[in-house]
Design a protein around this ligand. Sequence first.
Ligand code: BGC
Length: 518
Amino acid sequence: MAGGFSVSASASASSGTEFEAKITPIVIISCIMAATGGLMFGYDVGISGGVTSMDDFLREFFPTVLKKKHEDKESNYCKYDNQGLQLFTSSLYLAGLTATFFASYTTRRLGRRLTMLIAGVFFIVGVIFNGAAQNLTMLIIGRILLGCGVGFANQAVPLFLSEIAPTRIRGGLNILFQLNVTIGILFANLVNYGTAKIHPWGWRLSLSLAGIPAGLLTLGALFVVDTPNSLIERGRLEDGKAVLKKIRGTDNVEPEFNEIVAASRVAQEVKHPFRNLLQRRNRPQLVIAVLLQIFQQFAGINAIMFYAPVLFNTLGFQSDASLYSAVITGAVNLLATLVSVYSVDRVGRRMLLLEAGVQMFLSQVAIAVVLGIKVTDRSDNLGHGWAIMVVVMVCIYVSSFAWSWGPLAWLIPSETFPLETRSAGQSITVCVNLLFTFVIAQAFLSMLCHLKYAIFAFFSAWVVVMSLFVLFFLPETKNVPIEEMTAERVWKQHWFWQRFMDGDNHHIVNSAGKINTV
Ligand code: BGC
């Protein structure tokens, strides 16, 4: 390797030294601004459950559901089982999972920052459509535009955060995205709690207030600098170095700069990032990214997040009390995410996921048992004490999700793909996440109707599977610099993934700057 260095393992990678980096105000402020992309995602996730349980909204767009809701003969578990209603919630996810592929192109070619700006514009137009909706078509078009915003934002924001952050606090800063998701959900729950009392246009206010997060992201994207990795990837080496000095608070950025330049040389050679993603040596990251998303959704969180008000209604709480419970779960979700911000770079990713697995499993089983014994098809009679117990169990479940699968399913893919496939990899991540979010959103009400309480047993079985996956297949990525997340440093050390590295071709950038494959 004389006279050059391997992109897969630079000198600093093998010694494991850290680059010089101060925690500068500009990094913190940039991350806070960019992370508002999560706010919009969270608001959209959180708002639909409350809105779809408001009578005024149902009367205007889904009169048959309204009728069913007030008919006593309908089974408790089946009141809301309506494909049209589910499509309102789901259309956003379908749009998002398609849009993310366009966003992959823009994050690579136009940069992370501009992609966030595009997301902001989509959000603003979508909010206008939704807030002003006169008919179902306008409502769905609005949701689709918001979905495009989610596709662009969820593509760009996690990458932005992981790239701009100093290694030792990368996990914590990346989780600001998820923290914003949870703030968005809570904000949406609070808004619904208030607007449910405003007749007949409370729902309109709920949908319009999404303008606040939309505006924040747009402003944020105007003010932040792009990441050095993205600038260098697009050939703007000097700008990249200047930004690196600014964000790291030191002039001594040469080692990190060189590492990014080397990674970007390889990236420029790659003409078809999605095809590259399928190469054997990229298998571990790809498999991990895809499975983390599927598992995140099959943990069942959105069954609770979208439908908490509906769910609590089903359990026999009155309309107001059910929104109240949704606010409680929203608050728990937010506070528990802070635990993750604090601990992810200390105890590591694996530890959080494994601990949470136990907690999620036990709480879901408990919920299934209580509902199974206490809620029958026709009787709302859960009883005060049992109802409280269910809410407590839901909170235990939500808190453990919030410090594990919630943030880490976004963090880990954004930090494990090499620069050359990072945008493509993130697209797959967003696409699979939204696809399965869609599946759950579309299927949950029907599943609740057919499986009844066993739906929680179903999710708990998935928790076992995903915890075993973490135990055996997920390497720890805490404290590994992002451009060193490579074969030598990570995958060749792993008992299983090392087999994908055998006979692997390595790109070597020689001193003349040429890439050789050895
Ligand atoms: C998930 C969302 C979920 C949210 C809950 C996110 O990480 O991707 O689907 O609604 O967490 O906090």
